[in-house]
Design a protein around this ligand. Structure first.
Ligand SMILES: Nc1ncnc2c1ncn2[C@@H]1O[C@H](COP(=O)(O)OP(=O)(O)OP(=O)(O)O)[C@@H](O)[C@H]1O
Ligand SMILES: [Mg+2]
Length: 303
């Protein structure tokens, strides 16, 4: 969002909320709005997310999507939504302020995240997403920018701007919104987002944190991208974590984890993870066993 617009929004906030709230600083600014750190007279800090109605209208997106999702969902690791105000141009969401840093900022400093830390962060992220999915919602914008590490070392999820109920498609399903690097390959064919889309975004996030590299764009040459991904992962993380990331990022959504519950099982049982090659081998052995049994039975009946 342009600087002039952010300044105009600041003036509007001062008009609407002063003297009760004072703007401390800008926390972030994206295409559809911006977020301010504001301080109440009683010294409580809040994140005030301001959505520009015109930007939502232009993109034919529902400006109430984030509010609906945050009101419907209940989870200790997502922000509480305290108050919604609007004027002709903007919607103001006063949210709980999460004191911490987004993972993209941490990654910029650290370059890569070492496996033990990565494992712990991604375990928490998978637990949050598993719960949100069970509550009937998908996030649709999973990336390091939307995961925060709090000052007391917990992972919290933010930015529910694209979240929606599972199975209820909307305009955002008909176009590719969000950052390309974390977009599941099937979304480039305009397939509506599913639980597997979040699983892909999670895998792409985990890959970037492990290697320091954004996943190659899956739009142009997914098979080539997967080869690069496997190569980079083999240098960055132990094989069990690599297998989890590869399965979460499978090009075909049918090859991905069915749910975060299944993914969590693998994260918690690294010795029991079955590689895709091993899975194919198991299918071959089973098929061979069936063929031999059928031939044996045919042989018996013809005796
Ligand atoms: N509740 C919060 N507590 C603390 N910081 C927050 C909170 N919400 C947002 N932020 C900060 O503001 C930044 C932008 O917020 P958010 O991701 O919600 O909006 P956005 O990315 O601009 O939105 P969009 O992706 O819809 O364009 C975040 O990266 C984070 O640093
Ligand atoms: Mg964001």
């Amino acid at each position: 969002m342009e600087k002039e617009k952010v300044i105009a929004i600041e003036a509007q906030i001062n008009k609407l909320f002063s003297p009760e709230y004072a703007i401390v600083k800008t926390l972030g600014s994206g295409g559809m709005g911006c977020v301010f750190l504001v301080c109440h007279q009683d010294q409580t800090l809040y994140a005030l997310k301001v959505l520009e109605k015109a930007a939502y209208k232009k993109n034919k997106l529902n400006e109430m999507g984030e509010i609906t999702a945050l009101q419907a969902l209940s989870h200790p690791n997502i922000p509480d939504l305290f108050e919604i105000t609007e004027d002709d141009n903007y919607i103001y969401m006063r949210q709980e302020y999460i004191s911490g840093k987004p993972l993209n900022q941490i990654l910029r400093k650290k370059k890569t995240i070492e496996p033990a830390c990565l494992s712990a962060w991604m375990q928490s992220t998978a637990e949050i997403l598993s719960d949100l999915h069970q509550q009937g919602y998908i996030h649709r914008d999973i990336k390091p920018d939307n995961l925060m590490l709090t000052d007391d070392q917990c992972i919290r999820m933010i930015d529910f701007g694209l979240a929606r109920q599972i199975g209820v498609t909307d305009q955002a399903d008909r176009r590719v919104f969000g950052t390309l690097s974390y977009t599941a390959p099937e979304r480039f064919d305009r397939k509506p987002a599913t639980v597997q889309t979040d699983i892909y975004g999670y895998g792409a996030t985990m890959y970037q944190l492990a290697t320091g590299i954004k996943p190659e764009n899956m739009k142009t040459d997914p098979q080539k991208s997967i080869i690069i991904i496997e190569e980079k992962l083999s240098q960055a993380v132990p094989s069990d974590l690599s297998l989890v990331i590869r399965k979460a990022m499978a090009v075909n959504e049918k090859g991905r984890y069915k749910s975060f519950k299944a993914l969590l099982w693998d994260l918690n049982h690294p010795d029991l993870i079955i590689s895709p090659e091993q899975e194919i081998q198991n299918i071959r052995v089973s098929a061979l066993f069936i063929i031999v049994t059928v031939l044996f039975l045919i042989g018996l009946t013809t005796l």
